[in-house]
Structures are given as C-alpha cells and as structure tokens.
Design a binder for this molecule. Structure first.
Ligand SMILES: Nc1ccn([C@@H]2O[C@H](COP(=O)(O)O)[C@@H](O)[C@H]2O)c(=O)n1
Ligand SMILES: C[C@@]1(CO)OP(=O)(O)OP(=O)(O)OC[C@H]1O
Length: 162
C-alpha cells in the first residue's frame, strides 16, 4: 500500500484577559505590544496551538492535551514556538515530513495583514522551515469572537512519509 500524504485539522480558543491586565498577547509566535493579552496555562497562542493540533492530527499523534497534558507545571507560560518545535521533533522522530500548515486567526484584532509575513516566518522557523501560511477573519462582530470574549485559531496541515 502506497503511503499517501495525510491532512490534519486543528482548532484552539482562548479567552481574552480582563481589560487592563498586564499579560502580553502572543499570537503566531510573535508578541503584539499594545494589544490585550490572553488567558491560558501556556502563553495562550491560539495560532501556534491550532497548528500543533493540525500537525498532530495529520500524523495520528493525538492533540495538544495528549502530548503536553492540560496543566503540567513545567509548561506554565510555555511559548507557542516551544510547543511547535516539540511537535515538529515528534513528527520527525516518527518519520513524517511537514508539507505545509495553513492557519486562520478568527478575531477582530490584532490586524494580521501588516504582520502576516513576520508571523509566517516565525511559525515556519519553529517548524524547522516548513511552509506556513496565515490568514484572518473578523466574524463581522458575531458570536463570542464578535463580543470580544475570546479569539480562535484554526489550522490544517499536510504531512507525508519522509
Ligand atoms: N484580525 C484580522 C481580521 C481580518 N483581517 C483582514 O481583514 C479581511 C476582512 O475580514 P472579514 O472578517 O471582514 O472577512 C480579512 O480577509 C483579512 O485580510 C486581518 O488582517 N486581521
Ligand atoms: C498548551 C497547554 C499546555 O498546558 O496549555 P493551554 O495554555 O491551556 O492551552 P490549550 O490550547 O488549552 O492546550 C492545553 C495545554 O496542552
């Protein structure tokens, strides 16, 4: 049987930190100065987390909770880059090459367009150079994203046997 490439799907949602909270916003392995921060056990980077979930899904290796648990003390504040690097090393150890990862941020802010290239480069670097594309949508003020309760990251990934 030929080893066909495999796709995966991932999502992650985190709540915004309360207004005035000093937490920083980390999204797509970048810090966003001046933007409202995010709640989370890690740094709450929904773009990186969705990408991790998509890659683990594509490789049949579970998801973030299966790999990192949901509250391990050593992962408090862990960066999206650190999680992506670990996921990339797990896939490599299992004989998978990453084809590409596509990530969509669902949030009215921050505006992704002006930093799209920087975000793609930062996530790609964490994945050892694999192609990453980033897009965004606002939801036109509807739902929990529109009410500014939280933001979401969605991702797909393609992997193939090395
Ligand atoms: N956080 C965001 C959200 C959206 N964009 C850009 O705006 C376009 C229009 O968004 P709609 O939700 O109204 O379709 C979208 O296609 C993105 O180009 C953004 O940069 N950052
Ligand atoms: C990343 C982890 C690490 O404790 O923490 P959270 O910041 O809670 O993020 P989530 O996307 O809910 O995934 C669970 C955890 O694996």
């Amino acid at each position: 049987m030929t080893d066909l490439p495999r796709t995966g799907i991932g999502v992650d949602v985190h709540a915004w930190a309360p207004e005035g909270d000093s937490r920083a916003l980390w999204l797509g392995c970048l810090e966003w100065p001046g933007e409202r921060g995010i709640e989370g056990h890690s740094d709450g980077d929904v773009a990186a987390h969705a990408a991790c979930n998509a890659l683990l899904s594509a490789a049949g290796l579970g998801d973030l909770g299966a790999v990192f648990g949901t509250g391990r003390p050593e992962l408090a504040g862990a960066s999206g880059s650190r999680l992506l690097e670990h996921v990339a090393s797990l896939l490599q150890a299992q004989g998978w090459t990453i084809g590409n990862v596509a990530v969509q941020v669902v949030a009215p802010r921050p505006k992704i367009g002006p930093r799209r290239g920087e975000m793609e480069a930062a996530m790609s670097a964490a994945l050892g150079g694999a192609a990453v594309s980033v897009s965004a949508a606002t939801t036109d003020s509807l739902g929990f994203v529109g009410r500014v309760e939280g933001l979401a990251g969605l991702a797909t990934a393609l992997v193939a046997r090395s």
